[in-house]
Design a protein around this ligand. Structure first.
Ligand SMILES: Nc1ncnc2c1ncn2[C@@H]1O[C@H](COP(=O)(O)OP(=O)(O)OP(=O)(O)O)[C@@H](O)[C@H]1O
Ligand SMILES: [Mg+2]
Length: 590
């Protein structure tokens, strides 16, 4: 056996502890989500209260059975008592079945709602918050940790209340039967109390460890699987497996340690129970001798008393279970307390946008960054224009695109669309006005048609094809095995880089928004393919504002104006694109 109760503190902890919460804080955090179900909860409580009453009735019936049938050996009252027994049994089965189903139903409803809300919340978080968190950790919070919240709010609390109700009834019945014996049986209560509070403290630490390891395990797996080609190419499988193993072992050690803690305390509880029973038997013998109690009464008392220990044990386990569920709940609360992209309280919709974009002295600093990613950037782009933004890596080009899609907020200055301050527009309507072709092309594992129609799910097949033609994607799509119905694999793995770009462009064009932002659309393409990706832009720019973020000299040929960014600032002398190339390659003379 390992000597210490706590798991070895090896490192390889990838996920930080969430801030600790008190039981009451967990409850108040999640009560609003449970409130709509309170009617059903109340019904559950009624069922919980009926069950012990049936139990007590059965025990009293047992007393009658001993004293009126068994002791006098008289058959007379037996059929009546037997009939009552059967009746109570059926009633008890109905009540406990209904209670079981109801509590499962309530917990599942609560889980579905909470999971959906948390998922929606995660999607509303700004970019930098999502980037700080490891994906695997977020997934583990959405799945297993939310399960802990349900356990806390519904299962454990309902069990606890049920135990309290049963205990109150049973103890009342004990005192009613014979108060001196009842007092004697209570001598063990302090032992139970001591054990449960001690146990709780250990279990809470261990559960936190376990929940965090669960998050780390998810992160390790997610990272290794999503970077599998890299891991394989560099023969780093062993390292990934070792990290995975370390986290799984961490979980196992925490589980073992909590089992050791429990088993150290269980004999204490058993001993306390035994002492209680012995006390009652001693006093009971005296009560029998002095005719204060019949034999049936004593047996009923002992049965009731053993029934009492069950809820006491349950309450005893409840405290550690609540603490253990708190460990998961803390991780969910931490996620829920991240604020989503803020919307101005008086935000208004952007109606019929034309697409004039103005950056006015905009500065951006990412949270925790040492310097501004953009410094007093001013630039204008009007409908009908293709404005290229060039500059070295890290200059802040993608940050411009993130500003327009409200992934980051300007620290100072203003971004305007058609003269409206972006910060005062509803997030939905301002995002509707801007279509972004991302630097890291994001395609979904569905058909080509669905990938394009992602922009507008109600678009007809003809509209999708038209957008594909405008993005010069139609011809290659038709050569795919199933044309527009071809599934393109996760992140579009079965397509070439240029094809993926054209598909992303088709998606952006289908949306028909007045501002089109392309972030490095030609990365990794040879000049010929780059021109194929960019050629459709000239036509698209006729009724749109196009912001073309690029390193690529080829891309610059397609621009009306070039803005140069360096270290977050616009450089004074704009580079004019070579005029000859503009007419030749763009296809539409200007
Ligand atoms: N989420 C983030 N948190 C903190 N800093 C960031 C974040 N994203 C970008 N930065 C920093 O902001 C600066 C500008 O980044 P940005 O992605 O806009 O550059 P870029 O011009 O698009 O570069 P590239 O050409 O390599 O794509 C960089 O110094 C970068 O380190
Ligand atoms: Mg970039």
């Amino acid at each position: 056996m390992v000597a210490s109760l706590r798991p070895a503190a090896d490192d390889g902890r990838l996920v930080e502890d969430a801030p600790g919460l008190r039981l009451r804080e967990v409850f108040t955090q999640f009560w609003p989500a449970l409130r709509p179900l309170r009617g059903w909860l109340a019904l559950g409580l009624v069922l919980l209260a009926v069950a012990p009453l049936i139990g007590i009735a059965e025990i009293l019936l047992f007393e009658r059975l001993v004293d009126d049938v068994l002791v006098p050996a008289d058959f007379g009252p037996l059929p009546f008592i037997a009939g009552l027994y059967i009746g109570l049994n059926v009633l008890s089965a109905v009540v406990s079945g209904a209670d079981d189903y109801l509590s499962t139903w309530v917990s599942q409803r609560f889980l579905v709602q909470l999971r959906t809300d948390t998922f929606r919340h995660v999607l509303s978080l700004p970019l930098h918050v999502r980037e700080q968190r490891r994906l695997g950790d977020v997934l583990s919070r959405l799945t297993s940790d939310i399960g802990s919240v349900e356990a806390f709010m519904v299962r454990h609390l309902a069990n606890g209340l049920g135990a309290v109700i049963r205990l109150v009834f049973f103890v009342a019945a004990l005192f009613w039967l014979q108060w001196e014996l009842a007092l004697a049986s209570m001598v063990v209560v302090p032992v139970f109390w001591f054990v449960s509070t001690r146990l709780a403290r250990f279990v809470q630490d261990l559960s936190r460890e376990r929940a965090r390891r669960g998050g780390s395990l998810g992160s390790v797996a997610e990272e290794a699987i999503s970077t599998a080609p890299l891991v394989q190419a560099y023969n780093r499988e062993d390292r990934a497996v070792a990290a995975f193993h370390r986290q799984t072992r961490g979980i196992a050690e925490a589980a073992l340690a909590s089992s050791r803690v429990r088993s150290a305390f269980v004999p204490l509880v058993d001993l306390a129970e035994l002492i209680g029973i012995l006390c009652v038997i001693t006093l009971g013998t005296w009560a029998l001798a002095t005719d204060r109690l019949t034999i049936g009464g004593l047996l009923a008392f002992l049965t009731l008393m053993s029934q009492c220990y069950r809820p006491i044990r349950e309450l005893n386990d409840l405290v550690p279970s609540l603490f253990s569920a708190t460990a998961g709940a803390e991780r969910v609360v931490e996620l829920l307390r991240e604020s989503p992209v803020a919307e101005h309280p008086e935000a208004h919709d952007l109606d019929q946008p034309r697409g004039e974009v103005v950056f006015d002295e905009v500065s951006v600093r990412y949270p925790g960054a040492g310097r501004d990613a953009l410094r007093h950037v001013s630039l204008t782009a009007a409908p009908g224009e293709v404005v290229a933004v060039v500059g070295p890596s890290g200059a802040g080009k993608s940050t411009l695109a993130r500003l327009l899609t409200r992934q980051v907020e300007a620290t100072s200055g203003q971004v305007r669309i058609d003269g409206h301050d972006l910060g005062r527009l509803t997030i939905r309507s301002s995002r509707e006005a801007v279509s972004l072709v991302l630097q890291e092309m994001l395609l979904l594992d569905t058909s080509v048609h669905d990938n394009v129609a992602f922009a507008r799910p109600d678009a007809s097949a003809a509209e999708v094809e038209e957008a594909a033609r405008a993005a010069d994607a139609d011809s290659f799509i038709r050569e795919l095995p199933d044309g527009y119905g071809t599934r393109i694999g996760q992140r579009g793995r079965s397509l070439s880089g240029g094809q993926r770009q054209r598909l992303s462009l088709a998606r952006a064009l289908l949306r028909g928004s007045p501002v089109l932002v392309l972030d490095e659309p030609t990365t990794g393409l040879d000049p010929e393919s780059a021109r194929r990706v960019l050629a459709p832009l000239r036509a698209a720019a006729r009724d749109r504002t196009v912001l073309l973020i690029t390193h690529d000299p080829v891309a610059v040929e397609f621009a009306d104006r070039v803005v140069r960014l360096e270290a977050g600032a616009v450089q004074p002398d704009p580079v004019e694109p070579p005029p000859a190339l503009c007419t030749d390659l763009a296809g539409s003379p200007r």
